[in-house]
Write a protein that binds this ligand. Structure first.
Ligand SMILES: [Zn+2]
Ligand SMILES: [Zn+2]
Length: 111
């Protein structure tokens, strides 16, 4: 499976196949379109996790200082993982996660 190229490169989302541009102010860790991420970090950016399952968002919480925090669950090992939302994440997708109407299958390969 192709992994996300980290360290702020653009990459093609492993799930929806959309090209995700680099993030200027931080390291990109998830797709701006479908929000899918990969379970490759133990701590942000370290790539120390050998799971490599796809992380899908299950909830979004609002933290005053940090903005939106996306809670992920790994589709492979079931572990929970939190990521900070990026400024250019698609807000309609974040709203779907908040409203519990998000389904990963809605985004797969842009059908
Ligand atoms: Zn995607
Ligand atoms: Zn995992």
């Amino acid at each position: 499976m192709k992994q996300f190229e980290k360290n702020d490169n653009s990459f093609v989302c492993v799930w929806c196949k959309k090209r995700v541009p680099e993030l200027k102010y931080s390291s990109r860790d998830h797709c701006t379109h479908c929000l899918a991420s990969l379970h490759i970090d133990v701590n942000p950016g370290d790539r120390a996790n050998e799971c490599c399952g796809i992380l899908f968002p299950i909830d979004v919480t609002i933290s005053g200082k940090k903005g939106y925090i996306i809670q992920y669950k790994c589709s492979k090992c079931g572990k929970l993982h939190n990521n900070k939302s990026a400024q250019d994440d698609e807000f309609s997708t974040i709203l779907k996660v908040m409203n519990k109407t998000y389904s990963p299958l809605d985004y797969k390969n842009e059908k």
